[in-house]
Structures are given as C-alpha cells and as structure tokens.
Design a protein around this ligand. Structure first.
Ligand code: 5GP
Ligand code: MG
Length: 191
C-alpha cells in the first residue's frame, strides 16, 4: 500500500463556523418543511458526520424519516467520463414523499446527479438537496442545490467526515491537505 504522506494543513472552516452554519441550515429547512413529512437521505459513507449534525438541527416537530444510499465513484476524479455506482437499498418508500438529499461536498457534481436521478426514478413528490460544501465550477452550475453551507475554492479538503485514504475524517475542522493527492485519487474511491 502506498504510504500516506499528506497531512492536514491550514484550516479552511473552523468547527465554530461549521456549527453555526448548520444551525442556520437546520432552521431554514425546518421553516421550509413545516407541517410536512420529510425523508432525509444521507449518502454513505463520508456524510455521516454532517448528516448527524444537520438532522439534529431540524425542528423535532417535523415528521422526519431517515434513510441512507451508497455511492461509489470509479476512476480519476479529474476525468469526467468516470462513472458513479449507486447502491439503492432504501428502507423507506419515497414515492409521493418529500425527499432531502444530504451531501457533504459537490465537486464535478457527478455523484449528486446520479443520486438525484436514482431518487427521482422512485416517484417522490419532491427532491431537494443540501450540501455542506460546494466547489462551484463550469461543470456543475446547472445542478439543483437548494441549500448550500459554504462555497469553497477548488482545493482538496479533509476533516469533518471528509477523508483522504480513509484518514482525517475525525478532525472537527475542515482543513486543506498539505499537498494535493494525485495517484491516491486515481484509485477506486468508496465514499
Ligand atoms: P463529485 O466530483 O462527483 O461532485 O464528487 C465526488 C466525490 O469526491 C465527493 O462526493 C467526495 O467524496 C469526493 N471529493 C470531492 N472533493 C473532495 C475534497 O475536497 N475532499 C475530499 N476528502 N473528498 C472530495
Ligand atoms: Mg473519499
């Protein structure tokens, strides 16, 4: 196995900034879904920290079911022809229901597009998306993002659930990687 030489560097977003933005997102979502039933679908596996923090900021009075979907990306992340495999094993029947996808980061938008398409195929009433981080770029401007935590530059970040080679997920802040991963990202990445 290749030795991991990358270590977390400069902090881009502190735990305090993340926490207060998530409270705002939770309040906005609570207002928007007030009096409605909601199915929150978190994407495994890196999303567990953001999803856990976000759903606890949604008004407890809202009827919320929580489910999970798995997405795996294959190929070089700079290669837009790489494909995404969705393993849909939802426990909740989303047909006719309001769905909120919980994403943590959108880069090319390939993963999110595949998830949105998969969920729409199950005939829900609506599908909205919340992402904590958004790297806005020419390839992803047409994506539907209903709630965005932070717009960030096109840098590789770790922490707060985001990994490099399964490391650094536990860091409470979001930090830049000291040097951008190259060969590591060409591997099959299970998120
Ligand atoms: P996409 O290009 O399909 O929008 O994003 C693919 C996946 O690459 C994301 O879901 C995420 O798992 C990973 N990814 C994209 N940018 C970053 C980043 O800056 N840091 C980390 N750790 N993962 C990222
Ligand atoms: Mg990853």
């Amino acid at each position: 196995m290749r030795e991991n030489t990358q270590s977390p560097g400069e902090t881009l977003l502190t735990r305090t900034q993340i926490g207060s933005r998530i409270r705002e997102l939770g309040q906005q979502i609570s207002v928007d879904y007030s009096g409605r039933e909601l199915v929150a679908v978190a994407v495994l596996r890196v999303r567990f920290i953001f999803a856990g923090d976000l759903v606890r900021q949604i008004d407890p009075k809202i009827s919320l079911r929580m489910d999970f979907i798995a997405a795996s990306s294959y190929g070089d992340r700079t290669n837009s022809s790489g494909h995404v495999e969705i393993n849909q094993q939802l426990q909740v029947d989303i047909s006719g229901r309001s769905v909120l996808i919980i994403e943590d980061i959108v880069e090319t938008g390939r993963t999110l597009r595949a998830i949105q398409d998969t969920l729409w195929a199950a005939d829900p009433d609506s599908v909205r998306t919340v992402t904590l981080l958004y790297k806005e770029g020419p390839d992803n401007r047409d994506l539907t993002l209903d709630y965005v935590g932070f717009r960030i530059p096109n840098v590789f970040v770790v922490g707060y659930g985001l990994d490099f080679a399964q490391m650094h997920r536990h860091l409470p802040d979001i930090r830049l990687l000291e040097s951008a991963p190259e060969d590591g990202m060409k591997d099959h990445t299970v998120q």
